[in-house]
Design a protein around this ligand. Sequence first.
Ligand code: CO
Length: 216
Amino acid sequence: MPDSYYKNIFEANKRWIEKMKSENANFFEHLAQQQTPEYLYIGCSDSRVHANEIMGLRPGDVFVHRNIANMVVNADLNCLSVINYAVEHLKVKHIIVCGHYDCGGIKAAMQPRNLGILNPWLRNIRDVYRLHEKELDAIENLEDRHNRLVELNVYEQCLNVIKTAEVQKSYLENGFPRVAGWIFDLHKGVLIDLDIDFKKELDKIRKIYDLTIEGK
Ligand code: CO
């Protein structure tokens, strides 16, 4: 049975090609031209949270990076390269960090136990918990506490995006990109904007993390 499921993917691909061509005969000619997405989306690898689908966007509309719990980690060359390319070459107008409730990565980080190779990754989430320990510990209901950590983690990852030199430099020179934090609520299918005040956060961040001045 799994074998036939696997083969079905290629049958589905053929049907998808026909569907796209029936809507627009030149679809693939357009797709093969250079991409000019307006958005960089940084989200969770969770199979239920599909960037294009939940945003109602088409192929070519959004540059995507996904990892466990939508993290922007300072030593992660993968994520940092994506941000660099999106800002300096694609010149995206918006960078979105999108978390989601019921996030397995966040749940794992909330359990104090050894999870082997996942430990260093989860450490970054545990650090977010420690930064907001007082607020989180005051929430008695475990699900509510989890949900709040999902939100605070998105907020902290937005700050991590703002801490990068290319984002600071591009915003001060061009007025973009702006950084936004979203939550996807799996139960309702709703996208929630955390309404992070980008300009205010940028000003706050630059007090310590200003990377707009060149030199030693
Ligand atoms: Co997740």
